[in-house]
Design a protein around this ligand. Structure first.
Ligand code: HOZ
Length: 428
């Protein structure tokens, strides 16, 4: 494939944007080569600036569950835009989407909209601290909750891809309030709680990890966290930025049957526009300003275009719950096909999958936490990434990211993808 125009655009971008990108993982640094500049997208396909067509397995890092430029979402945004794009005042549509979200997600009475997943997680932690009167938080190595200071401690996703899981600029004071645990290791969490008795406000976790590749929670792990939180007056925060409205109507809480105290959302809840949200029982949410003392605000929060996109998307997911089954079936089909091909070519690998999230780790043993994810062979991943790209398939340019399946994918697309893996695996 030819990427002449993308390369020229990247050269121009680097002169005025740090690294030429507005989010590091886009820069292809982990896989080499120049990033691809996208011109437009429709359904399951991206069309780049050189007019290549690529099957998209990132889907804007999750939200395009129904495909790119999905007509009901696009129409809702266009109609809203004609009536003004931002007011900084309350609008009816905010209540409409809040009512819908509260009806879909278990254990939440109230929801506050923000502009990104980072903002949602940052605000959720502040709320947890304000509610409990405690300072420390537990996060898991390899989990990524956005780029606010408290979370850039052994963070996954782009942070680990670029070798800065602990970023300069995060003060020692902030870092010392974030306690680090191993994903899927309940004993480790119990020990941390024991050594910090009465000081921990919350445990924040991706209930299905998606930022060190996809890692499912081990049987009993989330249930165990729930028990520990109840026993020690700690709030359990599920970061459902990726899993919310994707794994089920009610996200990971519904699929896995474990209750969180606070849930955060992003991307999906805005139908792909810049939206995040956090939600909880009324008793917790009422601690937020203007009702309570915990301050949190934003001019663009509840922006009408973003709310219109989110409402259109959630409405469709709510009225067509069969989508979740269909997504999981497509993902299983892809999993089985790729598994067969990689086995045939004797490529060392592990595939993890939950619902419509899936990732291939070029690692020998089970991938259950950050340490085992980091054992994956990155050279093999790089070759795999570029081989897939040459065959018209766009996967995340980092071994530490998850593939997101969209309902717009046909079984023909999936077969095409499996055939591409077959071609690429032959030369790994
Ligand atoms: N894993 C990140 C989203 N949760 C990738 C997106 C980004 O950092 O740009």
């Amino acid at each position: 494939m030819i990427y002449q125009r993308s390369s020229a655009l990247f050269t121009a971008a680097q002169k005025v944007i740090p690294g030429g990108v507005n989010s590091p993982v886009r820069a292809f640094k982990a896989v080499g080569g120049d990033p691809i500049f996208v011109k437009e997208a429709k359904g399951a396909y991206l069309y780049d600036e050189d007019d290549n067509r690529l099957i998209d397995y990132i889907n804007s890092w999750g939200p395009m569950i129904l495909g790119h430029a999905h007509s009901p979402v696009v129409n809702a945004v266009v109609e809203k835009a004609k009536k003004g794009t931002s007011f900084g005042m309350p609008t009816e549509i905010e209540t409409q989407i809040a009512e819908l979200a509260v009806s879909m997600v278990p254990n939440i009475d109230k929801i506050r909209f923000v502009n990104s997943g980072t903002e949602a997680c940052m605000s959720a932690v502040r709320l947890a601290r304000g509610y409990t009167g405690k300072d420390k938080i537990i996060k898991f190595a390899g989990c990524y909750h956005g780029h606010s200071d408290s979370f850039l401690i052994q963070a996954g996703s782009g942070a680990v891809t670029f070798g800065s899981p602990n970023s300069p600029g995060v003060t020692k004071g902030t870092a010392q309030d974030t306690l680090l645990a191993r994903y899927n290791d309940l004993e480790n969490v119990a020990q941390i709680i024991e050594s910090n008795k009465g000081e921990i406000a919350c445990i924040i976790i991706e209930p299905v990890a998606g930022n060190m590749g996809c890692i499912p929670p081990a049987k009993g792990f989330l249930e165990g966290l729930r028990t520990l939180c109840d026993a020690h007056d700690i709030l359990l925060i599920f970061d459902e930025v990726m899993t919310g409205f994707r794994l089920a109507k009610g996200g990971a809480q519904e699929l896995l049957g474990v209750d969180a105290d606070i849930v955060t959302f992003g991307k999906v809840i805005g139908g792909g526009l810049p939206v995040g949200a956090f939600a909880a029982r009324a008793e917790i949410m009422n601690h937020l300003a203007p009702l309570g003392p915990v301050y949190q605000a934003g001019t663009l929060s509840g922006n009408p275009l973003a709310m219109a996109a989110g409402l259109a998307m959630l409405t469709e997911l709510n009225t067509s719950p069969e989508i979740f089954k269909s997504l999981a079936e497509k993902t299983e089909y892809l999993h089985n096909g790729i598994e067969k091909v990689l086995q045939h070519h004797k490529i060392t690998h592990t595939i993890n999958r939950v619902g419509s999230m899936i990732s291939i780790h070029f690692a020998k043993d089970a991938v259950v936490d950050f340490d085992t994810a980091a054992l994956g062979n990155n050279d093999t991943f790089k070759k795999f990434f570029h081989g897939m790209l040459d065959n018209g398939i766009y996967i995340a340019p980092s071994a530490f990211e998850t593939w997101f399946i969209t309902e717009a994918l046909t079984y023909e697309d999936l077969d095409f993808t499996i055939a591409a893996v077959d071609k690429v695996a032959g030369s790994l």
